[in-house]
Design a protein around this ligand. Structure first.
Ligand SMILES: *Cc1c(COP(=O)(O)O)cnc(C)c1O
Length: 385
């Protein structure tokens, strides 16, 4: 009998690592709901499950799949949301520690760092991490403990060179964490490029169906910091429920087909919209004129993501009027789902945001790209009539 080849990540995801139910031979594992487990006569818990915060087999199965997809030697930890996963990385630091974070990043996390993070005693500097010289100038050897990078980053899709950021962070004695929500393991595996921690809002493309809020961390080294992240999750109770983990695992089975189709659709939209008379500028790392294109071409595969933004001619009023006129696109926040979403970001982010007022953020779903383009074209023309 010949040996199996190393199955591709897409094949492993399609079968959720081949999990089956030993009792019934079912091809899908049951959903485990128990909150407590029997102690053996010898006073031990031989299965390793003691109490549902945080011991749950459905959660652990989903974590095993995520760790495989991220090539994470330390494993993966699921959290109750992306924000719970991200904030754990900062709560695991010490008072007075210095943090350098991307200036362009998920707005709610930036706000958390500016408010709760500072109250917790962290010193946070926001810099354009897509410029290695600025990142190098911002880290303070010995004092900077964490560099936080989002790439491609919301909502301008700036691209940070992960390998270079890892070299800069490590030379200063800091860890590098990457919010890879918009790339996902389909496009980029930050740990293989030198990052120490990768974080996702699993609410987005990983689940992909707008019906689960979840977050995940995957780690390169099972060191003291990683243990602290697990302890914070358990101690703060920021765990994911088993049903959400089950749905997430189900969503992950189609991650590769969804994301490659969504990225292909986004690329088609980006090229077509760059030629649209009512569009001033398209922001998408797959376009050669995008400032992050060369780095993206090096560190992303299978496409350049499902997210793009357009700057509408006529400014903020024309952008809002366009978002109000679409019919197939859904006018809603969030991203990565099967249904395409459109949003005027400046209305959400408020003062202090680097988001231009004429910007519409587009999350490409799995609808036919020609339909999405037609819907946007009609809305843009009506808004400019
Ligand atoms: C949505 C999002 C988050 C926050 O995740 P939640 O699951 O909503 O808590 C963090 N980073 C990025 C890039 C996101 O898009």
């Amino acid at each position: 009998m010949s040996e199996s080849p190393p199955w591709s990540p897409a094949s492993l995801a399609a079968q959720a690592l081949g999990f089956t139910d030993p009792a019934t031979r079912a091809v899908v594992r049951p959903l485990h709901l128990a909150t407590t487990f029997i102690r053996d006569p010898d006073n031990t818990y031989p299965a390793g499950y003691i109490y549902g915060r945080p011991d749950n087999a459905t959660v652990r199965d989903t974590e095993a799949l995520l760790a495989t997809l991220e090539e994470a030697p330390a494993g993966a930890l699921l959290f109750g949301s992306g924000m719970a996963a991200a904030t754990a990385c900062f709560l695991a630091l010490d008072r007075g520690d210095h943090v350098v974070a991307s200036a362009v990043m998920y707005w709610a996390l930036r706000r958390w760092l500016q408010t709760e993070g500072r109250r917790f005693g962290l010193e946070v500097d926001f810099v354009e991490t897509d410029d290695p010289a600025k990142l190098r100038a911002a880290v303070v050897p010995g004092r900077t403990k964490l560099v936080w990078v989002e790439t491609p980053s919301n909502p301008l899709w700036t691209v940070t060179d992960i390998a270079e950021a890892a070299r800069i962070a490590h030379a200063a004695g800091a860890r590098l964490a990457v919010d890879s929500t918009c790339a996902s393991p389909v496009h980029t595996r930050p740990l293989t490029l030198g990052a120490d921690i990768v974080m996702h809002s699993a609410t987005k493309i990983l689940n992909g169906h707008s019906d689960v809020i979840a977050g995940v961390l995957a780690g390169r080294e099972a060191d003291g910091y990683w243990e602290r992240l697990a302890a914070i999750r358990s101690g703060n109770g920021s765990i994911l429920g088993p049903f959400e983990a089950y749905l997430l695992q189900r969503g992950l089975k189609t991650l590769f087909v969804r994301q490659t189709a969504q990225a292909a659709g986004a690329a088609e939209l980006a090229h077509a919209l760059s030629r649209h008379p009512d569009v001033a500028r398209v922001l998408y790392p797959g376009l050669t004129q995008h400032p992050g294109h060369d780095v993206a071409a090096r560190q992303m595969e299978n496409g350049f993501g499902y997210m793009l933004s357009v700057q509408v001619r006529g400014g903020e009023a024309a952008a809002i009027a366009t978002a109000a006129r679409v019919r197939l696109w859904k006018r809603a926040t969030s991203l990565g789902s099967t249904e395409s979403l459109i949003e005027h970001r400046a209305s959400v982010e408020g003062p202090g945001s680097p988001c231009p007022p004429d910007l519409l953020r587009l999350s490409t779903g799995v609808e036919t790209p020609a339909d999405l383009l037609h819907d946007l074209d009609v809305a843009l023309r009506a808004a400019h009539a």
